[in-house]
Design a protein around this ligand. Structure first.
Ligand code: NDP
Length: 403
């Protein structure tokens, strides 16, 4: 009997519970709780219509540790899967510690008043989880998540050492809107407007946001401009693959997206500090989120593919000198929508969240303390990606990246 409690009824939470219901042998009982219960109910109804499975739904404010602990006590799950927002990570970890339950998430903690998403706040919980014999698995989405597992899989099967690593995240989907984000707009815009950071020769090098642009030909999508930016898996990868000379993260953005974002930044709409409006304190970025389309509403109109992968160069395991490999997944927005009612960004995050949860519940991945996905055997995760809708390929490239 493996009971799971998922918190967060957005696009990612929706995909995760649909996929859990499709793996009923592992997830024997699924509960979904979020701030707005009607969103949980709508997801439960979709899951019932698609799979016949019943999901229990609850309202909870995950920032209220006592209320969340009481809900966990009432349900007694083996695992809490946090698919709310990064702001809730520490409070949900506290609730798991208070109730003796394992924890999983897909995005590192970020303080609400500072756009600085980093792992050290959560790594600091390691001893408290270890002392209670509990496990917390951090960053089990696509990036972070699959991209980290790709790198560790390359180290296990192809490269003795990784000298350079580039993570390339391309969303070639078109949702038909002038401006919308594919996951939570507030988190997305904070991430994109933060300064870029990449790992080079043992330290992080900071450069202006969107300061480096590169065109790349993405299979299934075509040529796209991608921009170097910071992403939290660089922090965990630098820790777990310490020999890396350089690690970078790139994400594609269309010219329309950049144009809108630039204007929004210039007029102050992406500010995360409060301003007074009509005598009330509002945070401009939170207000902007309220007027932008909900990511979960983009599913029916989004067409095209995502293509996300790792390009790694290093010394080949078979002693044949320096080699470059490219591991990637291509995911179709319309296929993702047909299967779960959500577009591919939610799908590519929700499926690995389900896989990480499955590996924890079956003890294929087990430990006491706080862990990142890089610390476990990549093979069962990679096998489940192929079985659960995110098939991957690995090819050898003729040469390292020229940029
Ligand atoms: P959404 O904004 O669509 O959904 C978030 C959900 O969490 C909403 O239902 C929201 O409730 C709920 N929520 C927010 N605050 C609270 C709270 N205090 N208590 C209870 N519920 C709360 O986001 P997404 O589904 O797009 O993303 C979910 C998570 O996945 C985010 O942390 C995001 O950073 C992460 N992510 C990770 C990726 C990866 O590859 N690793 C990629 C994409 C996303 P309400 O509806 O009431 O606002």
């Amino acid at each position: 009997m493996s009971k799971v409690l998922v918190i967060g009824a957005g696009g990612v939470g929706s995909v995760a519970v649909h996929k859990m219901a499709m793996n009923a042998g592992i997830f024997t009982h699924i509960s979904l709780a979020s701030r707005t219960k009607s969103k949980c109910d709508a997801i439960a109804e979709s899951v019932r219509a698609r799979t016949g499975a019943t999901i229990d739904t609850y309202a909870v404010d995950a920032d209220d540790v006592a209320a969340t602990s009481a809900l966990i006590e009432a349900i007694r799950p083996k695992l809490v899967v946090n698919l709310a927002l990064p702001y809730q990570d520490l409070n949900l970890m506290e609730a798991c510690l208070a109730t003796g339950v394992d924890y999983l998430d897909t995005a590192s903690y970020e303080p609400i008043d500072e756009a600085r998403f980093e792992y050290h706040w959560q790594w600091a919980y390691h001893d408290r989880f270890r002392e209670k014999g509990l496990m917390a698995l951090l960053g089990s989405g696509f990036d972070p998540g699959v991209t980290s597992v790709f790198a560790i899989w390359l180290k296990k099967h192809k490269l003795r050492t990784i000298r350079t690593l580039d993570i390339l995240d391309c969303n070639g989907g078109d949702h038909g809107q002038a401006f919308a984000t594919n996951f939570n707009p507030e988190i997305n815009i904070r991430e994109v407007s933060a300064p870029a950071r990449h790992w080079e020769n043992g330290k992080f090098v900071e450069t202006p946001a969107m300061g480096f642009k590169q065109q790349f030909e993405f299979e299934g999508v075509g040529p796209k401009n991608m921009y170097m930016m910071y992403h939290e898996e660089l922090e965990s990868l630098a820790r777990f693959i310490p020999e890396m000379e350089r690690a970078r993260f790139w994400m594609t953005f269309g010219d329309e997206y950049i144009k809108h974002l630039t204007v929004l930044q210039n007029v102050g709409m992406t500010r995360i500090d409060p301003v007074i409006y009509n005598g009330v304190e509002i945070v401009p970025l939170q207000f902007l989120k309220a007027v932008l389309p909900e990511p979960s509403s983009l599913g029916p109109t989004t067409k095209g593919k995502t293509n996300i992968g790792d390009i790694a160069t290093g010394e080949a395991l078979d002693g044949s000198g320096e080699k470059t490999f490219y591991v990637k997944n291509i995911c179709d927005h319309e296929d993702a929508y047909a299967e779960t009612g959500n577009q591919a960004i939610s799908y590519t995050t929700g499926v690995p969240a389900m896989i990480g949860a499955a590996l924890m519940l079956t003890s294929a991945w087990r430990g006491e303390g706080v862990f990142n996905v890089e610390e476990f055997d990549p093979d069962p995760f990679m096998a489940m990606l192929n079985e659960q809708g995110l098939p991957w390929t690995c090819e050898e490239l003729a040469a390292p990246l020229a940029f």
